[in-house]
Design a binder for this molecule. Structure first.
Ligand SMILES: [Fe+2]
Ligand SMILES: [Fe+2]
Length: 349
């Protein structure tokens, strides 16, 4: 901690004799590197060229006095980043207070006292050194945290897709259905102007929209024909089961998955389920996934029905604007039909 050979001290005093005495003192007694200036106008360019750990600054100088130097230096460097010791023959509280308010870290009195210089310079260099160490370890810590966050997100994504596959094994909807729903939802989210990280989250979590179906008995879930009223009621519970299955989590990705699973059957006009939410009170991720899910269900073959032609399904979505679906999202959907069709073709069953 007392080795200052890596540290640079800038000394500026218009008196060459003073400057040289200080230089020799700092070099010999402190062991730091010294850059010596007698013209304060050279301070700024020197700071740009070199990293300086401490500046010893004379107050009474021609061209620019110490106060002016301090004022301009402190616009760029905080006292931690560039400590400054003011050298002053102007005794008195007023001068000292003024220097302090201009951001000086410490003072030296003229005439120069060898011990005083050595102690004050070493003191500030020690603080500067621990500041650098602290900053470096903070940066390393931050990097580690970032790395961990990435790893954690990877694990969460992995778990979410496992969960999605578990749902598919029970359901008669194919694996490609859920991927297409994710892609359609992404297109709508992007087109709507959601921030791209949120659109990406919707793409990743929309495939879990029907995860609650794990809780639906097979005789209802896999029934080839139309469900009767009683069976339909049970089937509709898959939205609430999602809450049970996913539960409470801190991860925004998991929260998003739950929100979509719970709200993808709500309707814009309030006629949906489970909570009969209306318009903007339906989460945007649910409103988006609703369109993506219905559109893909219509254009897919199911054991109980054949796929609708693309244009008919588009017509249905348009027709349900303001009824099942958010009208502004229907507009986005209609404006992005080329991309929707591309996904349909690329990920066809
Ligand atoms: Fe569903
Ligand atoms: Fe679905």
């Amino acid at each position: 901690m007392n080795d200052f050979s890596n540290m640079n001290v800038l000394i500026c005093d218009d008196s060459i004799a003073n400057a040289l005495i200080l230089t020799k003192l700092v070099e010999d007694e402190v062991g730091a590197n010294v850059i010596t200036l007698t013209d304060p106008r050279k301070i700024k360019p020197t700071l740009v060229e070199q990293s300086i750990d401490l500046m010893l600054l004379d107050l009474e100088m021609p061209h620019i006095n110490g106060f002016e130097v301090m004022e301009s230096v402190r616009k760029t460097y905080k006292p931690d980043q560039l400590p400054v010791i003011i050298i002053t023959g102007l005794a008195g509280k007023l001068t000292r207070n003024r220097a302090l308010t201009h951001g000086a870290n410490d003072f030296l009195n003229k005439p120069i006292d060898q011990i005083e210089v050595e102690l004050r310079v070493k003191n500030l260099l020690k603080i500067r050194k621990s500041y650098i160490l602290h900053k470096r370890s903070n940066e390393q810590l931050e990097k580690k945290i970032q790395q961990r966050t990435i790893e954690l997100n990877q694990s969460i994504k992995g778990l979410l897709s496992s969960l999605a596959r578990a749902g598919e094994l029970k359901d008669n909807e194919t694996g490609k259905h859920v991927i297409r729903v994710g892609k359609f939802a992404r297109i709508i989210a992007d087109g709507y102007g959601l921030p791209s990280n949120i659109a990406k989250m919707i793409e990743l979590t929309a495939p879990l929209h029907d995860i609650g179906k794990i809780g639906i008995p097979d005789n209802i879930l896999l029934k080839p024909g139309k469900l009767n009223e009683q069976e339909r009621k049970i089937m509709n519970k898959h939205t609430s089961y999602a809450n049970l299955i996913i539960g409470e989590h801190d991860s925004p990705l998991i929260q998003m998955a739950k929100s979509i699973a719970m709200s993808h059957h709500e309707c814009w006009d309030g006629s949906g389920y489970p909570n009969k939410l209306q318009e903007e009170s339906i989460p945007i991720e649910g409103r988006i996934t609703a369109i993506a899910d219905v559109f893909d269900a219509l254009t897919s073959n199911r054991p109980y029905k054949v796929a609708w032609p693309f244009d008919e399904a588009v017509h249905y979505i348009k027709d349900q604007s303001n009824k099942s679906f958010d009208p502004s999202l229907v507009v986005v959907f209609m404006n992005n039909l080329l991309d929707i069709e591309e996904v349909s073709k690329q990920l066809a069953d």
